[in-house]
Design a protein around this ligand. Structure first.
Ligand code: AMP
Ligand code: TRP
Length: 338
């Protein structure tokens, strides 16, 4: 990234399905300290959620739920802009221009599309295929420089860099767009399913016991940890002992992330213990850390007018940044000015 670009953090989350511990530990929790360092924009990417079928009411409710999770999780709407993607038309407009910059070959390499489409490619929406182009527009509409995401999104951020670079080259505007950097962080950058340590904890897993939802009540949190899959060995004393033990590694990773310590530190505390004792401590920590977030989310969600007002304030702040950039882009590509 060139020094001429002011740092700006951009990230987003889809308002689809159950927001879970992976979203919190892999995303929201890492965003909190950034607010004090750089201007931050945290978007609820409702247009991305349309790429697969979603009931309209569910989309609207979930948009408010994600906004509530951002705020309850520690994003301060006074410091950071929080808003729905669809409320700022610059995202869609820039996405079209970028879809003419990006190459089909680049999109064909995107592993997430291949995974989501499986053998059913022909029946997928065009939007699902073009999804990373919209994501590039999200980031670059603000000249975002830093993009905190889970490692599953790294490839998409790299595509955004390629699009930025090609735009700058094609239109001979060197350095117009920054080349955004993915920021992958935290000991639990990837939280795995409680039922299968090799699968990612996911909003769409049909088994609710595979995931810790941020809205789970305390009893459910405890039950889910109790029932979480493990192996018969006691916990190891050192990190190497977690190799080939995905479930143990995941639970230790979750503990470490919640307690703000490293996995090695967690093992020095629990090495040699049976899972049953460790699970009690993990469940207790989960209730202590997630309980208050859940309660605050519920409080925020019960006042729709307030959430909508916060989202509209965020929208205005976002537009104040994105609209002048979009105006320049339109001039650069040769659109007649309005
Ligand atoms: P998604 O749930 O796919 O909309 O993802 C929203 C954000 O949470 C993105 O930054 C993801 O990388 C992150 N994320 C999703 N699932 C996980 C997980 N199991 N572990 C860590 N981060 C995750
Ligand atoms: N695709 C991201 C996900 O599913 C969400 C997202 C959309 C995003 N636009 C973004 C993340 C821009 C970071 C920056 O997790």
């Amino acid at each position: 990234m060139s020094a001429s670009h002011k740092p700006l953090v951009f990230s987003g989350m889809q308002p689809t399905g159950n927001i879970h511990l992976g979203n919190y530990l892999g995303a929201i929790k890492n965003w909190i300290p950034m607010q004090k360092e750089k201007p931050c924009i945290f978007c609820v990417v409702d247009m991305h959620s349309l790429t697969v079928w979603v009931e309209p009411k569910e989309l609207r409710d979930n948009t408010r739920m994600i906004a509530a999770a951002y705020i309850a999780g520690g994003i301060d709407p006074k410091l950071s802009a929080i808003f729905p993607q669809s409320a700022v038309p610059a995202h869609a407009e820039l996405a079209w221009i970028f879809s003419c910059v990006a190459r089909i070959g680049w999109l064909n390499r995107m592993t997430q599309f291949k995974e989501k489409a499986g053998k059913n490619r022909e029946a997928m929406s065009v939007g699902l295929y073009a999804y990373p182009v919209l994501m590039a527009a999200d980031i670059l509409a603000y000249k975002g420089t830093h993009v905190p995401v889970g490692d599953d999104q790294k490839q998409h951020v790299e595509l955004a860099r390629d699009i930025a670079q090609k735009f700058n080259n094609d239109f001979a505007v060197p350095d117009f767009f920054p080349l955004p950097e993915p920021m992958i962080m935290g000991p639990a950058a990837r939280v795995m399913s409680l039922r299968d340590g090799k699968a990612k904890m996911s909003k769409s897993d049909p088994s609710d016991y595979s995931r810790i939802n941020l809205l789970d009540d305390n009893d459910t949190l405890v039950q889910k940890i109790k029932k979480a899959r493990t192996d018969p060995e006691p916990l190891p004393h050192a990190l190497e002992g977690l190799d080939e033990r995905p479930e143990a590694s995941n639970l230790i990773g979750i503990y470490a992330a919640l307690a703000d310590i490293s996995k090695a530190q967690a093992l020095s505390r629990f090495g040699g213990q049976q899972f049953s004792t460790f699970k009690n401590d993990l469940a207790e920590l989960l209730v202590e850390k997630i309980g208050p977030i859940r309660d605050e989310m519920k409080r925020l969600m019960s006042d729709t007018a307030n959430i909508d007002r916060l989202l509209m304030e965020g929208t205005e702040r976002a537009e104040a940044i994105a609209n002048p950039i979009l105006k320049q882009v339109k001039e650069i590509v040769g659109f007649v000015a309005r």
